[in-house]
Design a protein around this ligand. Structure first.
Ligand SMILES: [Fe+2]
Ligand SMILES: [Fe+2]
Length: 505
């Protein structure tokens, strides 16, 4: 790897002193940047990458002590070591240098060996400090990233590709020193068809750019790389094993200098070309963000599997309750969707929409206790039979029980026949005494019941059904429904029709 030469800013108003410092430093491999006064020194510090400052105390205009205080007063530059060069031998003047924040001072005329020894020592300390700062910044940044991920994590809407974008953005947009991040990141993802997709990420004017990368790189990977987390310095990348990998990328104008990578079957990330030697620390950073992403993905898959199993069980219970009913399983599925459409129209939260859709499946579960001859009767029920039928709203909540996940289901099973005007059953609840899920379910169930053909009545078409609900037919009346739910129904009714036609039978 090409060694980066430490850049030393020498500040002195006397040209001969600057020339002397250059003559000492340059042969030792340091790059020397010169400034003839304090103002120029500060401009250099703000515009160039400086590793250490040699600062003359006595200068016309802004003196060395003021310049030093300026540097040390700025959080962005205070980690740059400052060595004061002073002709002043008095202790009081040395104390002033220390008070200004200087790390060290050298008395004129200076001894070359001593200057070099001090510079070397301070640069080593700076390097360690920089690494520490970088580690600290990355820990803060990773913690923030993790926190944000968890805050916004929604297992049902987990988008793996979007998370990969976040992950790569995290690596490429690190706020610490530019050398601490790679120039290019390649990602390999195994898709659903068992094919590897490659993506190339780069930062273009602070915007993360993801491009599909039509390349077949996996065959070029040396066997050693296929073992999870690795980092490879420039010297290591010279190993002939990497040649096919490097040559292949060269064809795409990606010149590989060094590399930190995480390789696994589902997801591999290759961070290429840091502006400094890569280390196990870079590998640890990469590992941490990859782990977070894979963990959330696995959590999301597991939660989805559990949710699907839960929904399946609820549907099975709903089907069991309809074994003697004329309604088919599709009735309960349809009303679930109607409820969720109404809830959405009414601006209810997504969690409620999902919950009401699943819990609505159980609205008539109490009919398990209703005698089949009543459920299947093709003529209108007698008053006694009606009473027995109405008991399903008492049995339903008992069957469902009080598990928090089924709280809305229990509520719907108990109050889906209550009416806004108080004329419903089983308790004759009125207005807001009826829980919102019951008010929503009532209209959804009515719509579907009116559309269906029963032994004792024909099925109505969509427009007739809407007319009955909104204008009334003596049996079903608009005052049965909460006005706000009725308004939402009128707006989403065409979607009810679409769904009915799609999930008919
Ligand atoms: Fe019912
Ligand atoms: Fe129903």
């Amino acid at each position: 790897m090409q060694q980066i030469r430490p850049r030393i800013l020498c500040v002195d108003d006397e040209v001969k002193n600057l020339a002397l410092l250059s003559a000492v430093l340059m042969p030792e491999g340091y790059e020397v940047i010169e400034a003839k006064n304090g103002e120029e020194a500060l401009i250099r510090i703000r515009t160039e990458q400086i590793d250490l400052v040699l600062l003359d105390v006595m200068m016309p205009g802004m003196d060395g002590l003021v310049v030093c205080k300026e540097i040390k007063g700025d959080a962005k530059y205070r980690n740059i070591p400052v060595v004061m060069i002073t002709a002043l031998a008095a202790t009081a003047d040395r104390v002033k240098s220390i008070e200004a924040g200087a790390e060290d001072f050298i008395s004129k005329p200076f001894d070359q060996v001593e200057v070099l020894a001090r510079i070397n020592m301070l640069l080593k300390v700076k390097e360690l400090n920089d690494k520490l700062n970088c580690a600290y910044n990355n820990i803060i940044s990773l913690t923030n990233f993790g926190e944000k991920l968890i805050e916004t994590f929604s297992p049902r809407e987990f988008d793996f590709m979007r998370q990969i974008d976040n992950l790569v953005g995290q690596i490429l947009k690190q706020t610490s020193h530019v050398a601490d991040k790679p120039k290019t990141v390649l990602v390999r993802i195994l898709n659903n068809k068992n094919i590897y997709n490659w993506y190339r990420y780069e930062l273009l004017f602070d915007t993360l750019e993801r491009l599909p990368f039509q390349i077949n790189l996996e065959i070029t990977l040396p066997p050693a790389v296929n073992s999870r987390l690795r980092f490879y310095s420039e010297a290591e990348m010279e190993n002939p094993l990497f040649k096919p990998f490097i040559e292949k990328l060269k064809g795409y104008l990606v010149l590989v200098k060094n590399m930190v990578c995480y390789v696994s079957n589902n997801l591999s990330v290759f961070a290429l070309n840091y502006d400094r030697e890569v280390s196990g620390y870079d590998a640890a950073v990469l590992n941490s963000v990859v782990m977070q992403t894979l963990f959330l993905r696995s959590l999301s898959l597991q939660i989805n599997a559990t949710e699907n199993a839960f929904e399946y069980t609820v549907k099975a219970l709903a089907r069991a309750s309809e074994v003697n009913d004329e309604d088919t399983g599709k009735h309960v599925v349809r009303v679930g969707f109607y409820c969720s459409m109404l809830a959405k129209k009414m601006g209810m939260p997504d969690t409620f929409m999902r919950s009401v859709r699943i819990n609505a499946l159980l609205h008539d579960v109490g009919k398990i206790h209703t005698p089949p001859e009543i459920l299947r009767k093709s003529s209108p029920l007698t008053p006694e039979e009606t009473k027995v039928m109405q008991q399903h709203t008492i049995h339903g909540p008992k069957i469902i029980g009080d598990h928090p996940r089924l709280k809305i289901g229990s509520s719907i099973a108990g109050c889906h026949h209550e009416r806004w005007d108080g004329s419903g059953y089983p308790h004759g609840l009125k207005g807001e005494q009826i829980p919102i899920e019951g008010r929503i379910m009532n209209i959804a169930d009515q719509y579907d019941a009116l559309r269906n053909t029963r032994g004792y009545k024909p099925g109505f078409d969509h427009l007739t059904t809407v007319k009955i609900i909104t204008e009334g037919d003596g049996r079903t009346m608009p005052q049965h429904f909460e006005p706000q739910v009725l308004d939402a129904f009128v707006e989403v009714a065409p979607k009810f029709d679409e769904l009915y036609e799609r999930l008919k039978g």
